[in-house]
Write a protein that binds this ligand. Structure first.
Ligand SMILES: [Fe+2]
Ligand SMILES: [Fe+2]
Length: 157
């Protein structure tokens, strides 16, 4: 009982923007892992789920988090992270619609490459962009951005 209460309390606690985005990453990593190991109808269901999750995640980043990051950093090298991230989203968007096209072996290859693309992108955000964001935003700003992301995510779901 006590444990249950704690768990629900934890879920309701406000999350900062980075925690929210990282949780999305974990979720999609898990789905990709499962998709890479499955085939047929099961894989198809997982891919639909991945497509939806990635679409919403990329959109809230591009609408809210990325512009805030771009405007908060001053160094050219940090702005580069913004432009590269947008470009990686564009590549994922190009690949995504065709992921289920082809023979079983072709789809398996599509899934593997999509998985690598997304893992690379999420890894870059976690290794470069998010640590930088922790430096340029204070705790309240990250929390506010987190609220905006969560609200927009709800709208898009
Ligand atoms: Fe992203
Ligand atoms: Fe992300």
């Amino acid at each position: 009982m006590a444990a249950k209460k704690r768990a629900s309390k934890k879920k309701a606690a406000p999350r900062d923007a980075i925690a929210l985005l990282k949780q999305d990453h974990e979720n999609v990593r898990g789905l990709l892992e499962r998709a890479a190991k499955s085939s047929g109808e099961r894989r198809s269901q997982l891919l639909t789920k991945i497509e939806n999750e990635v679409k919403v995640h990329s959109q809230i980043e591009e609408e809210i988090f990325y512009p805030a990051f771009r405007d908060a950093v001053s160094k050219k090298d940090d702005r580069k992270l913004y432009f590269e991230a947008v470009e990686e989203h564009r590549v994922v968007d190009l690949v995504m619609p065709d992921v289920e096209n082809g023979t079983d072996e072709e789809v398996a290859a599509h899934v593997k490459v999509l998985k690598e693309l997304i893992e690379h992108h999420a890894g870059e955000e976690e290794k470069s962009m998010f640590p930088k964001a922790r430096k340029v935003f204070d705790r309240d700003e990250l929390r506010m951005l987190g609220e905006q992301l969560a609200a927009r995510k709800k709208e898009l779901a």
